[in-house]
Ligand binder design. Structure first.
Ligand code: CU
Length: 454
């Protein structure tokens, strides 16, 4: 992807990636005690707002997860292990401090993970061909998780109709420090607070790679899905071509092939409940005019009314809203989808003849109308359409919205990838936009500030 198409605001994602990497690396290498970086995890249901929302959740397979974070706000949801998608979160609710719960998503999971090598000799579709569940889903131990391990029944093969299965600890639930949430100094006083986040993660080993499938739910209502990759480089994928790999051995020897980790997440929206969801795209651009001190920009939201695919651009983001659900300022409640750092891609399954048009990235985000069988972005079985491009082809109007967020990472191998590989991360951010009329947890001295201060 060319540089000017990248979104400029990647700080949040980078910080969360780095801090998570530090935490995982430090814990795995035993350099720090668990308490040094990570706050003590509260038991499920112990927070003041946990009980009401958690007890209303009708979770079919496992007990609900609920945590009240530093802001006094609560996240609550159900979880299960899908044989293919792996960790699948459903009925995701956010309860801002002192307010009523708001459903955000009906479900959230990986929709595909493809790893094509630059040599063109190999590609794997890890979700549909191998699966993040089943035996690929790893049993976790305390060194991998400083919080609480949760068990689920995991079939050994497919849906478990044959071959049996086992109840195993596979989900790590941690409460993590997310740094300074806010700081404001004026009139001789300083208001400052740190934030916490609820981190849910599993590990799946597919071939030589081991993936950390992670979701971070922030005290600010944010959600950060991310995928970390470690394990080992594929010993079968080395090349003599210097344009398709980098040497990891001494001198110019042993060129490990470059490759891509093309991930896509499936987000079934349910802001205030399923249906009645609307999508908008925001774009801002220079007007060509200038004020006395700076160039003038013009930005606007435009409706995305029918199924479609879109690509990232500078100063572009999307939001899903429920026009009937309003905050105390009478603004519609929405969530913003921020795609940060990505190497845009086209799934190999969508590029059969490798024509010039085939080489263009297909999309960075797609919006489709919910259909139960449309679960995977490519190689989708038992459905009229095989892939996202097929799902959106008939341009149905959007109401029960599924967003497909594609984030690619082109992995040019370095010496540090041996061995095991340093963790590399890819992901994106969902931010609440106008869910509450102010931040969920204003300090006492700031509670009166809602609009231009008089
Ligand atoms: Cu890689």
């Amino acid at each position: 992807m060319v540089e000017d198409r990248r979104r400029p605001t990647r700080t949040d994602l980078k910080i969360s990636r780095r801090s998570r990497w530090l935490i995982i690396a430090a814990v795995l290498t035993g350099l720090i005690g668990a308490g040094a970086v990570i706050a003590v995890t509260r038991a499920t249901g112990s927070g003041p707002a946990d009980k009401p929302i958690a007890t209303t959740l009708d979770c079919r397979e496992n007990e609900p997860i609920a945590r009240t974070l530093s802001s006094g706000s609560t996240w609550a949801m159900c979880w299960r292990i899908d044989p293919y998608a792996g960790l699948t979160l459903t009925d995701i609710h956010f309860t801002p401090a002192g307010r009523a719960p708001v459903q955000v998503l009906a479900s959230l999971a990986l929709g595909q993970l493809e790893v094509p090598y630059d040599t063109g000799v190999r590609t794997t579709e890890d979700i549909t061909d191998h699966g993040f569940g089943g035996r690929n889903l790893q049993t976790l131990v305390d060194t991998e998780c400083t919080g609480e391990l949760k068990s689920s029944y995991v079939p050994n093969f497919g849906d478990g109709k044959v071959g049996g299965g086992e109840e195993r600890p596979v989900l790590c639930v941690e409460q993590v420090d997310t740094g300074i949430a806010y700081r404001a100094q004026s009139g001789g006083r300083t208001d400052v607070a740190r934030g916490t986040g609820l981190s849910l993660s599993t590990i799946s080993k597919v071939g030589w790679y081991e993936y950390v499938n992670s979701y971070l739910f922030g005290s600010d209502g944010s959600i950060r899905p991310s995928l970390g990759a470690t394990g080992d480089l594929s010993p079968e994928d080395y090349t003599d071509d210097s344009a398709q790999g980098r040497p990891v051995g001494p001198g110019d020897h042993d060129r490990a092939a470059s490759h891509s980790h093309n991930a896509i997440w499936r987000l079934h929206w349910a802001l205030g409940g399923r249906g009645g969801q609307r999508v908008e795209q925001y774009d801002a651009d220079l007007t060509g005019r200038s004020g006395p001190k700076a160039p003038q920009l013009s930005g606007e939201l435009s409706p995305v009314e029918a199924e479609t695919t879109r690509t990232v651009a500078n100063r572009r983001w999307w939001r899903v809203l429920n026009p009937k659900l309003r905050n105390e300022d009478d603004h519609p409640v929405s969530y913003q989808i921020e795609i940060g750092d990505t190497d845009s891609y086209r799934f190999t399954d969508e590029s059969h003849d490798h024509t010039e048009q085939d080489q263009e990235p297909a999309y960075d985000i797609a919006f489709s109308e919910y259909l139960e069988c449309e679960r995977f972005a490519t190689k989708n079985p038992d459905c009229p359409q095989r892939s996202v491009l097929g799902f959106v082809a008939d341009r149905q109007p959007l109401d029960d919205v599924v967003a497909w967020v594609a984030v690619g990472f082109h992995h040019v191998v370095r010496d540090e990838d041996q061995s095991p590989m340093e963790m590399h991360w890819q992901g994106f951010t969902l931010l609440p936009r106008d869910l509450t009329a102010q931040r969920a947890d204003p300090p006492e001295a700031r509670k009166s500030i809602n609009g231009r201060p008089r």
